[in-house]
Design a protein around this ligand. Structure first.
Ligand code: ADP
Ligand code: MG
Length: 706
């Protein structure tokens, strides 16, 4: 398209190339492409990473003792002072000026790692401007902040009094460039060319701005409340689209013809009778839900949520045996080799006595064995196959696949699950996760799913007693571990790294195991486990630990999922500050798996208040849902679900957990729309339909909606 065609009376198409925006041109368009911006629409949806609020900054001269404030100032000097009296103590002192005065920003460190401290200090560049926020300490003319939060300030002379958007950057483009391009696009009138799928009725009902108004506020902000409202509006639209799609898919599924599995007969009954324990009420309830799903002609699509140790595997086994009883095969896919192997062993122990063949397919499976399994799956001789991604390879064909189970689903993309499912004909689908997710979110993350919750642990489980100690008390922790081993228990020691890194004072598996062997754990039988080992070696070690041939397993987080050694009763987590809350919870889930009282000892010299809060949550509760909520609160949701990992199509708002409230109402409205107007032919829904097809057609596979 030539530039001339765009001007004049032609309708401005948001899909035209960004290069035609004033100031961009072909060279800068190539730079923009690096941040994913190809069209004008992409540019308008390039959201600021953050905002800098110059309307609330203060002059250093005006600051009072004790107030919390934000200051923009230019760094004039950066010093690192190592204390002479205390070898461990260092201070980073940054002095910055805003022409009305000097601010001293200070960070105290107690660490041997001087190099790290020097590197921290070198983040501050003399002559560059930063925004410092924190609590003011004023002693006469001296103004300081202890451990302020800081950011390089991106604003310029025009910024004063304004709120400034700060965009994700790529080399060669400055903030000023991006602000100018976007301003030019807005000025050229592109906002009005954007299709707005939210009708006036909904805008009024939820007092939302139009799409054009929202985008204008996002890029040319006027105040923080309005910025929030603008993002809510964009989120509402994203969710509405997704949820309408999901609602339509759901209708299709409910009407579809799936497998009607037979009622529970002798095979299922012998499985249930062979279990070495009584099912919990929660397990029974979820099994009832699965039974109803599987016996109905509707395809099953169900998510099972259950905290670590709640006993999801046996529930999965029920579904498998039920499928087998009706003459079908089942597949279980797990995200890691360790977990796949664990499931394989469990299922083999359930099903082999019933005369069924269970096989395993993983990266490490020898070729000849693999060929045999392929053959057995084709002929139907193999009833159940357990594996990693290896299951979705082309060569894997099933005679009659009737049930597909994925564990820890959030680690797989939606496509991977769909791939496996397509190896059968309308196979039933079961998804298991130990990551507690609010129901509405689960449905969005996983599409059209029914949700079951196993909200009860097997009887006799005692909550794991968790303590947080400083590194100076490590010796006592290990003495305690020895006592537990002497009483017949086993223990995990978790370290963050595989090999020692010189830069960080972190405890690492290899050197830790050597150290411990000589000191605290002398005389005990120790195994080491980490991700870089060949998987056969990993299995050997885990098997040795499981059978009691090892007393202590020194490991990285590879034991985080799946490893099930009920006799293990102590876990020591070194450098616990390095792990996120959910991860700590998963790790801790490796102990407390029997009626034996278990203990988790977090070793950390954490000093930041966020880290302290995290460790304290761990000592306070064992409840996965509570921990997930705290995690959200402390860490912000972005890190819990990577934006890509969850398998959603790209929504434009990044971190969807920020908008849970919006998601709920959008879902309600979406289901109403899908019910009243499933073809989306109503005038109010035309834009919605167009947008769904334009943006989400592949993901939602709406071809079936007609
Ligand atoms: P998760 O939900 O974390 O996958 P598992 O299925 O691995 O949990 O079960 C954890 C442990 O609890 C296993 O050792 C399993 O055999 C045991 N278990 C499961 N259900 C029960 C039950 N109803 N009573 C006693 N033990 C159970
Ligand atoms: Mg069914």
């Amino acid at each position: 398209m030539r530039r001339r065609e765009l001007s004049g009376r032609m309708k401005l198409s948001p899909e035209s190339s960004v290069q035609y925006i004033k100031g961009v041109g072909p060279a800068r368009a190539r730079l923009l492409a690096k941040v994913g911006v190809h069209t004008v629409e992409d540019l308008l949806f390039l959201f600021p990473r953050r905002y800098e609020d110059y309307s609330a900054t203060k002059n250093i001269a005006d600051l009072d003792d004790g107030e919390s404030a934000t200051v923009v100032a230019t760094v004039v000097s950066v010093q690192v002072v190592h204390s002479r009296s205390n070898r461990l103590l260092s201070v980073v002192l940054v002095r910055a000026s805003d022409l009305t005065g000097i601010l001293e920003a200070k960070w105290f460190y107690t660490s041997r790692d001087k190099q790290w401290i020097e590197r921290f200090a070198s983040r501050f560049v003399e002559g560059s401007k930063y925004m410092f926020s924190g609590t003011i300490k004023r002693e006469g003319q001296r103004v300081s902040m202890l451990r302020p939060t800081y950011e390089e300030a991106e604003g310029d002379a025009d910024s004063s009094g304004k709120i400034i958007p700060v965009y994700p950057l790529t080399e060669g483009l400055t903030q000023q460039h991006l602000r100018r391009f976007i301003d030019n696009a807005i000025e050229a009138g592109y906002l009005d060319g954007l299709p707005d799928p939210i009708g006036q009725e909904l805008l009024d009902k939820y007092s939302l701005p139009t799409k054009a108004e929202a985008l204008r506020e996002i890029h040319q902000p006027s105040d923080p409340t309005r910025i929030k409202r603008a993002f809510r509006r964009i989120a509402f639209e994203e969710f509405l689209l997704l949820q309408v799609g999901i609602a339509l898919k759901r209708r299709v599924r409910i009407e579809a013809q799936g497998i009607a599995h037979a009622q529970d007969g002798p095979l299922v009954r012998s499985f249930l009778e062979s279990l070495p324990f009584n099912l919990t009420a929660a397990q029974k309830r979820v099994i009832d839900e699965i039974r109803a799903d599987m016996e109905s002609t509707r395809p099953m699509n169900r998510l099972i949520q259950g905290d670590v140790g709640s006993g999801k595997t046996v529930v999965a086994a029920y579904a498998l045996i039920k499928a087998i009883q009706s003459g079908y095969q089942g597949a279980l896919m797990a995200p890691t080799e360790v977990l796949a192997n664990q499931h394989f062993n469990t299922l083999k122990s359930f099903f082999t006595p019933l005369g069924l063949v269970v096989r395993e397919l993983r990266g490490g499976t020898p070729k000849s064995e693999r060929e045999e399994t392929y053959e057995g799956l084709r002929t139907g001789e193999v009833s159940v196959v357990v594996g990693t991604h290896a299951l979705i390879q082309e060569r894997v064909e099933f005679g009659r696949l009737g049930l597909v189970i994925t564990d820890e689903q959030h680690r797989f993309g939606v496509e991977q699950r769909a791939f496996l499912q397509q190896k059968g004909e309308r196979a039933d689908v079961l998804v298991m996760t130990a990551t507690p997710i609010p129901r509405t979110l689960a449905m969005t993350l996983y599409g059209d799913l029914d949700v079951s919750v196993i909200d009860e642990l097997p009887p006799g489980r005692k909550p794991v007693i968790t303590r947080w100690i400083r590194a100076s008390s490590r010796r006592r922790a290990y003495e305690f571990l020895r006592k537990e081993v002497a009483r017949g228990g086993q223990a995990y020691v978790i370290c963050p790294l595989v090999e020692d890194s010189e830069l960080m004072d972190l405890r690492s598996v290899v050197s830790e195991a050597e150290q411990l062997e000589k000191t605290y754990l002398a005389g005990l039988r120790i195994g080491t486990l980490h991700g870089r080992m060949p998987s056969s070696r990993k299995e050997e070690i885990i098997a040795a630990f499981a059978s009691g041939d090892l007393d202590v397993l020194v490991s990285t987080t590879v034991v985080e999922v799946g490893v099930d050694v009920p006799n293990a009763s102590v876990m020591i987590i070194e450098n616990a500050e390095r792990f996120g809350l959910s991860q700590l919870h998963q790790l801790r889930g490796r102990v407390g798996r029997s009626s034996r009282q278990s203990y988790c000892i977090l070793v950390s010299n954490a000093s930041s208040s966020e880290t302290k809060a995290r460790l304290e949550v761990m000592t306070r509760t064992n409840d996965g849902f509570e921990i997930a909520e705290e995690d959200l609160r402390l860490r912000g949701p972005g890190e819990i679900f990577g934006t890509r990992q969850h398998g959603l199509p790209d929504t434009r708002i990044g971190n969807i957990l920020r908008f849970m409230g919006v998601m709920k109402v959008a879902r309600e409205e979406a289901f109403l729309i899908a019910e009243r107007d499933p073809q989306l032919i109503h005038d109010d829904h035309k834009v919605l339909r167009m947008e769904l097809n334009r943006r989400f057609a592949d993901w939602l596979d709406l071809s079936t909606v007609g």
